[in-house]
Write a protein that binds this ligand. Structure first.
Ligand code: HEM
Length: 191
């Protein structure tokens, strides 16, 4: 998971700074909304990379000082990446289905991360951990999207239809999985 997260983050940083690597789709984003696009790519890359080191309980317990520093950097990445994502979602390719899918994802992404931060500030470690799992499951939507898109093209689904569905499919199953299966299993393991 960490490798995939770092891979997508590396891709996002590369297309931000190396125009030769930008697809026509990304070139268009960079010329229409350069600040939101760059802010989204960099904020998203920060969240993907720092979050990958936060979920492992052994790393967390051993390097608590680093956990706190990386947690604040993660919060910064999500807020910047999420606000920019919200601006991008209003003009995303595919019409209302992608505007609402990506827009709601942006709101849930920032909302779940702020909930996690709020719970740790009031000392509620269990709620903090649960909200961080939800937040990172949404961050991983960026990885899921990059699996579903090529898969939909191989399956011969027209790009616009696939993109509209993926604006929802990349994150709704993630959050359902976390709440219906993962957290139940995790609470059983940890008591
Ligand atoms: C989880 C909340 C996220 C939301 C709501 C979101 C939303 C969006 C939107 C609306 C677009 C523009 C699509 C269009 O114009 O049709 C986009 C593109 C993009 N996003 Fe995100 N995104 C999220 C997370 C991330 C993360 C964590 C990364 C990792 C760095 C990321 C990297 C990218 C990249 C690289 C593109 C350009 C298109 C491409 O090359 O695939 N996003 N995103």
């Amino acid at each position: 998971m960490a490798l995939l997260a770092v891979g997508v983050a590396g891709y996002a940083i590369a297309i931000t700074f190396i125009p030769a690597l930008q697809s026509p789709f990304v070139k268009n984003m960079m010329s229409n909304t350069p600040v939101s696009a760059a802010g989204h790519f960099i904020g998203g890359a920060i969240a993907l990379t720092t979050g990958a080191f936060q979920v492992n309980s052994r790393l967390r317990n051993r390097y608590l000082h680093w956990h706190k520093i990386l947690g604040k950097i993660y919060l910064f990445g999500v807020v910047v990446g999420g606000l920019c994502a919200f601006i991008l979602s209003v003009q995303s390719f595919g019409g209302w289905a992608t505007h609402t899918g990506f827009g709601l994802l942006g709101i849930c992404w920032i909302g779940s991360t702020i909930m996690a931060y709020y719970h740790i500030r009031i000392g509620n470690i269990n709620n903090h951990r649960d909200w961080m799992f939800r937040s990172y499951a949404l961050t991983l939507g960026a990885v899921a999207l990059r699996f579903y898109l090529p898969a939909s093209q191989i399956a011969g689904i027209p790009f616009e239809t696939a993109y509209q569905a993926i604006a929802w499919l990349s994150w709704v199953p993630n959050i359902l999985f976390v709440d219906w299966f993962f957290l139940k299993w995790y609470h059983k393991q940890t008591g």
